[in-house]
Design a protein around this ligand. Structure first.
Ligand code: G6Q
Length: 556
């Protein structure tokens, strides 16, 4: 396997980038009235405009050739065929099977997993129905109107993001909370808002070994018992979402209260599985199924459309162009939609955990930059914060602007104002402002010549900052599903071209190991512990200091 940066198609793109060095994006628009039509497309209820990237037809041709040389189409076929493309963990990658409505069968190790998926989804549907109509009762006979999802990472970010995004679809009278952090304040602050008689704890953990989740789950259990619940009432108030039946049983949750998924569902790709139970409970199972159907529509597009008309592939390719040839080390996710306020955090995990890798699947160095730093905030809030750097900073930052033409919640002229910003910011990032324009503007303001000379450099914007616009009619369960699937496939395509395995996460596992060692060296409050010596001087010094402060605090 050769590093992608060594092949002829890569060299062609390097030559394209060099050839465009003196060309402005503004100029590309001025010279080509058909640019928007050519560099935009529609799929699964989403419209993508990628014309505000510094690309030409030749660049797109060379990007497609690069993807073809990397056998993107072959990799796509291998993924949907259930091959163990997650080679480091020897696992298939079949989250698309969780939302297949085309009647396809998917096999893993000879087993038809489509039947398992359907059976588990039916159990979820049945459970949601019984919770919603009050047939599932708490220990005192009351209906359960509150869900607390206890999970972290992939077992938290997806469901939380989707529940927030679908706020107008919430089942009336229901409440959902998400507890992820091992910081006890997260759980304590949540418990303070709960009625133990009407609360259902959903313990979401693929492995059911994650320290944060098990600690929170044990504390929630202790709280439930302290509030008057008995051991035999646990079954009425705790359910588990997991792949690990033994660990779930050891925690004290019986098989009837467990919803299963499988090792071929990656944590950050799991909201479509039993991990979506908290979504289904909050927005209703029908809306959860619509979310799956929206993702399925994007899957169908992704698997069938030729690369040149393939939205995830094109989004991946312009992203790769910006990352590897235009020097953009960071990528902003900017939803102009308050209900998508957790989308940047969700995509941060999806992208950075998948493509934040420095070796190829065969263990050799990648040889080029891989996944960018992902960050973001909802518009317009980000405009009053970090957009300054995007407009005038020294580093190129690419961005996705995301909006719905119709708001979920129309209120006066708020949405027109929001959309005006959604349109104006990418235009400004693309156009920039020249010296002459800056001077003209200052002259128009009646400034003196010396003020103009002094201020003009500060008012210059280089422009040419690459952005995509993703537009939908309205944020619905279907369009949200399509949007998430779009990003999943985009990330997959980039990983294939870079030659990395996007589906493992050894960096996450390191954190899980390291904390265990240090935990044994931190004293409980009031406990005397000898100074730890097993680490570097900095870690030892901090351990000693924390132990001393906690001993003192106990003394007070
Ligand atoms: C996701 C990662 C990671 C994982 C969490 C929680 O792809 O593997 O974020 O989701 O570490 O793991 P559990 O679901 O096993 O508790």
């Amino acid at each position: 396997m050769t590093s992608v940066s060594k092949i002829a198609q890569w060299k062609a793109l390097e030559a394209d980038a060099a050839g465009l060095a003196e060309t402005s994006l503004r100029g590309l628009f001025a010279d080509d009235p058909g640019r928007f039509e050519r560099f935009s497309l529609e799929a699964a209820g989403l419209f993508l405009d990628y014309s505000k990237n510094k690309i030409t037809d030749a660049v797109v041709d060379h990007l497609i050739a690069l993807a073809t040389a990397a056998d993107l189409e072959g990799a796509r076929a291998r993924m949907v065929a259930g091959e163990a493309i997650n080679a480091t963990e020897n696992r298939a990658v079949l989250h698309a099977a969780l939302r297949d409505f085309a009647g396809r069968t998917y096999h893993v190790g000879g087993e038809d997993v489509s039947r398992l998926v359907y059976a588990e989804r039916t159990r979820m549907k049945d459970f949601c129905g019984r919770v919603h109509d009050g047939a599932v009762k708490g220990r005192t006979g009351k209906a359960l109107d509150t869900v607390v999802n206890i999970g972290i990472g992939g077992s938290d970010l997806g469901p939380l993001m989707a529940v927030e995004a679908l706020r107008p679809y919430w089942v009336k009278g229901r409440r959902a909370f998400f507890v992820s952090n091992v910081d006890g304040q997260h759980l304590a602050d949540t418990l303070a808002q709960l009625d133990p008689e009407t609360t259902l704890f959903v313990i979401a953990s693929k492995t059911f070994t994650t320290e944060e989740t098990l600690t929170n789950a044990q504390s929630a259990r202790a709280w439930f018992l302290a509030q008057g619940g008995a051991e035999e009432d646990i079954a009425k108030h705790f359910v588990a979402l997991s792949t690990n039946e033994h660990a779930v049983a050891a925690f004290g949750i019986d098989a009837d209260n467990m919803f299963r998924f499988w090792d071929w569902v990656g944590g950050r790709y799991s909201l479509w599985s039993a991990i979506g139970l908290s979504i289904a409970l909050q927005v209703g199972f029908d809306n959860f199924e619509k979310l799956l159907r929206g993702a399925h529509a994007m899957d169908e597009h992704f698997r069938a459309a030729p690369l040149r008309e393939n939205m995830p592939a094109l989004l991946a390719l312009v992203g790769l162009w910006n990352r590897n040839f235009m020097g953009a080390g960071a990528h902003a996710v900017l939803p102009y939609d308050q209900h998508l306020h957790r989308l940047p955090a969700y995509l941060q995990q999806l992208d950075m955990e998948s493509n934040g890798k420095r070796v190829r699947a065969d263990g050799a160095a990648v040889g080029c930059a891989t996944g960018p730093v992902i960050f973001g905030e909802p518009g317009t809030n980000g405009q009053h914060a970090f957009y300054q750097l995007m407009h005038q900073g020294t580093d190129a930052v690419s961005a996705d602007f995301i909006a719905a033409a119709v708001s979920q919640t129309e209120l006066g002229d708020h949405h027109e104002k929001l959309l005006a910003n959604f349109l104006a910011q990418p235009e400004a990032l693309m156009r920039g402002r020249t010296q002459e324009e800056a001077r003209e503007e200052l002259t128009g303001e009646g400034r003196t010549q010396s003020a103009i000379d002094r201020l003009a450099p500060h008012k210059v914007f280089p422009g040419g900052r690459p952005t995509n616009a993703i537009l939908m009619e309205k944020l619905t369960p279907e369009t949200l599903g399509a949007l998430i699937a779009l990003y999943e496939h985009k990330i997959f395509c980039q990983g294939v071209i870079w030659g990395i395995n996007s589906f493992d996460q050894f960096g996450v596992e390191l954190g899980k190991q390291l904390a265990r060692t240090v935990r044994g060296e931190l004293a409980a409050i009031g406990e005397e512990k000898p100074a730890a010596r097993a680490h570097d001087a900095s870690t030892n010094g901090l351990i000693d200091r924390i132990n001393a402060i906690r001993r003192r605090a106990e003394g007070n």
